[in-house]
Design a protein around this ligand. Sequence first.
Ligand SMILES: [Fe+2]
Length: 338
Amino acid sequence: MRIQTLLSSLALAAVTATSAFAEGELNLYSSRHYDTDERLYSDFEAATGITINRIEAKAGALMERMRVEGQNSPADILLTVDAGNLWRAHEAGLFQPIESDVLTDRIPENLRAPDGSWYAFSQRARMIFYAKDRVENPPQRYEDLADPQYKGMICARSSSNIYMQSLLASIVSHAGQEAATAWTQGLYDNLARKPQGGDTDQLRGILSGECDIVIANSYYFARALRKPVKGLSDGIDAIGWVFPNQGDRGTHVNISGGGVAAHAPNRENAIRFLDYLASESAQAYFSAGNDEFPVVAGSDVSAEVAALGDFDADSLNVSELGVHQKDAQITYDRVGYP
Ligand SMILES: [Fe+2]
């Protein structure tokens, strides 16, 4: 397996010249960078004899690269996180639809593009976390985060963050723009501080005492259970969690996933690879690699992910998160949520 983490055009030329069209190869553009993914790829190579050439970069950079490469792109697969990114890649014409009985059978319908252009392989829940000793009645629904009883208690990320956009996009999709605007205003009014930092920083804010209630993705918490995360793992027992909206539409989930590139030189290998990602063993690695939930029912999960417990997920098709991304940004801007 060749691993590339750089973005130089020289490196690209080398891949193109030596291997892009060779039989038994697969060119994987990936924004994933987790140690456990190594096993994922080596198992596929061992089982199929197909060599994976990997190019790793951030999602935006990979998409831009594919756009620039156009029809000459060596990319067979684009793997990335967040339905918003997958939707954008789809809109930019970077994927091609495929048909696969394996994927249709195993991946839930709401976790794949309606036209078969991309598929989810792991999912993460956007959860509510709280200080057990300071919050007696934690919010049970996303809607509760806008309730004045939580004034000055909540920390959340800035609106430029795609997780915040996707969460609001789900509210737009379910309740409409007006309700989404009222929710955003209520959340903004309840903030304990100006939106800042990443998801781990929100969780740390509970331990530092700055925040009583925060919004964060499940895997940031599960990771701090699995291994030491500075300012979080020590004292993590003080943090309680809620899977929101269990009594109604279910918890908002987002995904990591991928699809076959529009001009894939090794299309059949690419489909084999996606089929493989939906297999039992790959599902376990793929989700454990980033402390996420598998998408195929009945797959093994890590002890830390299992510790979070079972929950009902929102069954909204995740492509809706992309469809309403712009509405979400407009809503944040209208309210003046930074
Ligand atoms: Fe993340």
